[in-house]
Each structure stands twice: as C-alpha cells, then as structure tokens.
Design a protein around this ligand. Sequence first.
Ligand code: SF4
Ligand code: SF4
Ligand code: SF4
Length: 301
Amino acid sequence: MKAISDKIKSIAAGLFDSGKIDVFIGWEGGPCDYAIRPYIARSKADLERMAFNEYAIHNSSNYLLKLRDGHEKIGIVVKGCDSRGVVRLLEDNQIKRERLYIIGVCCPGMKDPLLAIKAQSGLLPQRDCDNLADKCLNCLVPNPVIFDELIGEQQPPHMQGERFAKVAAIENMSVAERFQFFEKEFSKCIRCYACRQACIACDCRTCIYDEMRPQWVGRENSNSDNMMYHLVKALHMAGRCIECGECERVCPVGIPLMLINNKLAKDADRFFGPYEAGLSYVEGQKPALSVYRENDPDDFI
Ligand code: SF4
Ligand code: SF4
Ligand code: SF4
C-alpha cells in the first residue's frame, strides 16, 4: 500500500504543478492506520498529509458533492466502488467529466476502520477486524470502471458464494414473515441518517427528510416513521444504488441495509436489464428508471 500511496501523491503533485487540478480528493493519514479519513487537498503542500492504506474504505466520490457547485478542476482517487459513484454523479448531472482527473486504484479489498476502532476499545475481539470488510467480501467490481490513470494490478472479484443468496432467503419468506423481519430491523433505526450521508446516490440538494414546511415524514423514530424513511430511500435507490455498501457499513445499529439494495439491483436487472448501476459512463445515457417514454404501457404511478 505504501507504493500506491507514494504513487498517488506523486501523480497528484504533477497535476498541481501542471495546473490540471485545483483540488485533490483522497485520504488523510491519522495517528494510526485505521484513523485514515477522506481529505480534500487544496494545494501541492497539502499532499504531505495524504495517505492510502488498507483502511481507505470510504467512498471518495461522495466528496465530489461538496465541490459540485464550484468550477475547480478536481483530481480524485477512486477504488472500484468509488468509481461507480463517479459514474452515478455524471449520470445524475451533478458534476462534469471535464472537471475531473480520475486516478483509479485496483482494489485488493479494504478493512473496516469502524471495526478496528471498536476492537481497539475492547468492544470486539481483535480477530473480527482483521478480515476484509463485509462490503469488500461482497465486491464484484474492485477495479475502477472510469479513470484517466490506473494504479495497481487488476483484481479478481472478491465476492464468494451466490450473489443474491441472502435476498433469495428473504424472498422465500411469506409476506407476513417479511414484514415482521423488516419491522424488527427498522425498529432499531435511530434516524441518525448516517446511511444517507454516506450514500453517493443520495445526491438531492434538499432531502425530503430535512424539509420542515411541509414536513413530509415525522422526525420520531417510531415504527411507522422509520418504515416510511426506509421505503422512500429504497424507492429513490432503485436502479441508482451502486452497491458500494457504505450505508450498511456506517449504520451504528447494524441494520442489514444491503438486503434491500441488493434486492433493488436484482429487480432492476430483471425488469429493465441487463442492467447494473454505474458500471460505465456514456454521455447522455440514462440509468434504468430515469427514462420516460410516452408509449410506456404502465401508468405514471
Ligand atoms: S467494495 Fe470493492 S472496490 Fe470498494 S473498497 Fe471494497 S473491495 Fe475495494
Ligand atoms: S444509519 Fe442506521 S440508524 Fe442511522 S438512519 Fe440509517 S438505518 Fe437508521
Ligand atoms: S444505498 Fe448504500 S450501497 Fe447503495 S449507493 Fe447508497 S451507500 Fe452505496
């Protein structure tokens, strides 16, 4: 990882020198490896603080949203999942391709810094944080799908086993069992919105959950308001979720959000496919469910 970190810094330094970028999105090192965190360098001098290691798991593309209204030319490091986030933003017209210089890193899989912090605090056995993060064990696309420059050896998919096995188990439940399952899971939700904040597909400027006039959804974490939150988020993710797994990773109460996102991906492919969100960018091409045809056989809703 040290070689990759050095290479990223050296490419970024060249980009600042040549005036190709004004800012650079990557990671900042901390007092220990798992304290690494996303960082926006605004000058070549800032690159001193940058690092890349096996805990650089956060979806870097999310930080493009902080710069979407400016005119800066942006350098960014992306792993496979982050690169799909970039495609998501390009398709959603949140950022222009010509503003970006993308350094792709073929990703060997990351560890979860949140688990490392818990283990360090004595809340988890050390061995539970030594493996690849769950999202990486389910990763089909470790290599960047869009880049200007690529670092590292191409990686095989890290996913083992049947992709939709967990979804199939839910599908095999009766409607009542399924309702009970999700009601129980969603009753744990504290509506912290970490899953929304971490999500690259949640790129609306005003979120329905922040609106007060009118207040579309109650702010309590009652079962019905929690259900409403997760239903609306799921509908907004259909055909758009790039399965980066960040929502589930950051959920402080361990709600299995990827069950829903995987089901959405499965159905988007089944009904509108072959289709996988954010796998390639073709200018002007719209993702499934973003296209309207006057002769659509179904009503609007
Ligand atoms: S999900 Fe894939 S690309 Fe993303 S950090 Fe994990 S292994 Fe790397
Ligand atoms: S991160 Fe978890 S607890 Fe927080 S709003 Fe999302 S599902 Fe609920
Ligand atoms: S819903 Fe979750 S998995 Fe899908 S794009 Fe958002 S953070 Fe990633």
